[in-house]
Design a protein around this ligand. Structure first.
Ligand code: ZN
Length: 413
């Protein structure tokens, strides 16, 4: 054989082994039950100051994240506040948040009326909208089989905030995300606009070149009241961005695409569940009818196409009644078949007293975790935090989760 022939043969073998990566494109996916994610009408709450003239007490919903549909006088220092959802049918998770002030100090009773929905969020109070205290159980009474809650409050000329959870609105998350642009090549930008024109913000975390760097995608706040999931995401991302050797090494080897506020309209409008299109965004990851989901999916695809890389892990942070991981069933082969169990096992080992609840399922619904699998063969995991999980545990768990993920992913290299 001539040298030229051997050279050509080895070139041919080399080319056939390193087949160019097939670019991804936005694909629609079929699921057993099709969900209609075309726009459904929503009702906006009237934003204003409401006054109880008999007692000279004022209440307002004039801030982003507020929800209060009306107030009426029940008797001296007793008021009913109506809390309505943005539309129906809807997952019954009544979100409320408003401010109260009076001409003098007094103790009042507020009865939160949810219609048919049951009370979910334990009341928190604040003087500044930033630091919050859980109301004592002596001051809260659940009535009417859960569709009404009575809250006793001391109010004064100072503003008292009353809310179902701490307020983290789109401005708060934007301010948070912007502070990290000094870490390596981390960048912050808006990748598009929500239905009502709010920024869809994004953090791109990595060090050095993005070419070929495998991607971890992180999303949160599809569902507006799910603040505890957002808190876990914050702790998780901050751990990846700190200056430990582990985090530095990780940012060298991997890229993290973060979409920390997927539903800024719903969050700022104080929605119970949906976006401004009246849709549960976590049912649109196959149809892309809603601008938030369409643009985020397009962005993930275009970033991985231009860097010739793949998403290997997609994490979606939510809140529910208790901490749980929704994973993809073991029988479904992903790009990292043992990751979910290894990772959750390590979190359990490092977080004292923590017994993880894991709920595996097939690929049967148009939710984010299934999109990561269908589009990239990636591991998709929904990271759910309980509504009442202590805030220090949420933070600790978020940090441990990030460290253990980074260790496992670095060990692959
Ligand atoms: Zn959720």
């Amino acid at each position: 054989m001539s040298r030229l022939f051997i050279a050509l043969l080895s070139l041919a073998i080399f080319i056939s082994c390193s087949e160019p990566r097939k670019p991804h494109a936005l694909s629609s996916f079929e699921y057993p039950t099709k969900v209609d994610t075309n726009d459904h009408e929503i009702t906006l709450q009237e934003k204003r100051v409401f006054e109880i003239t008999q007692d000279k007490v004022k209440v307002d919903n004039l801030f982003d994240g507020a929800r209060m549909n009306g107030i009426s006088y029940l008797g001296k220092n007793r008021y009913e506040v109506v809390i309505n959802p943005e539309n129906a049918p809807i997952n019954p998770s009544p979100w409320y948040a408003f401010r109260i002030y009076a001409e003098d100090s007094r103790t009042i009773d507020i009865e939160l009326e949810y219609g048919k929905a049951r009370h979910r969020y334990w009341p928190k109070i604040s003087k500044d909208g930033k630091s919050w205290t859980r109301l004592d159980s002596a001051n809260v009474e659940i009535l009417n089989g859960g569709t009404r809650a009575r809250v006793q409050l001391d109010i004064s000329t100072d503003t008292t905030w009353l809310s179902g959870q701490e307020i983290i609105n789109s401005t708060d998350i934007t301010t948070w995300a912007k502070q990290f642009t000094s870490v390596d090549n981390t960048s912050f930008k808006a990748i598009g606009k929500s239905k009502l024109g709010r920024d869809l913000i994004h953090l791109d975390i990595h060090n050095g070149d993005t070419d070929g760097k495998e991607v971890v995608a992180v999303v949160s706040r599809q569902h507006p009241p799910e603040v505890t999931g957002n808190m876990a995401m914050i702790a998780f991302i901050e751990e990846i961005l700190n200056d430990s050797e582990l985090s530095k090494q990780f940012r060298q080897q991997y890229r993290v695409l973060v979409y920390p506020m997927l539903n800024p309209d719903g969050v700022d409008l104080g929605h119970w569940r949906h976006n401004a299109g009246g849709i549960d965004l976590n049912r649109d990851w196959a149809y892309y009818n809603q601008p938030e989901i369409r643009q985020i999916c397009e962005h993930i695809i275009s970033e991985t196409n231009s860097s010739e890389s793949e998403v290997i892990l997609g994490l979606d942070f939510h809140s529910t009644f208790s901490d749980v991981y929704y994973t993809i069933a073991d029988s479904i082969e992903t790009v990292m078949p043992t990751f979910a169990n290894d990772w959750i096992g390590q979190i359990e080992e490092h977080l004292e007293g923590f017994n993880a609840r894991v709920s595996p399922s097939g690929i049967t619904s148009p939710v984010s975790k299934n999109w990561f699998y269908n589009e990239f063969n990636a591991v998709g995991i929904v990271y759910e935090i309980g509504d009442t999980t202590p805030r220090d545990i949420i933070k600790k768990k978020g940090e441990i989760s990030a460290r253990e993920m980074m260790k496992i992913l670095l060990a692959r290299k």
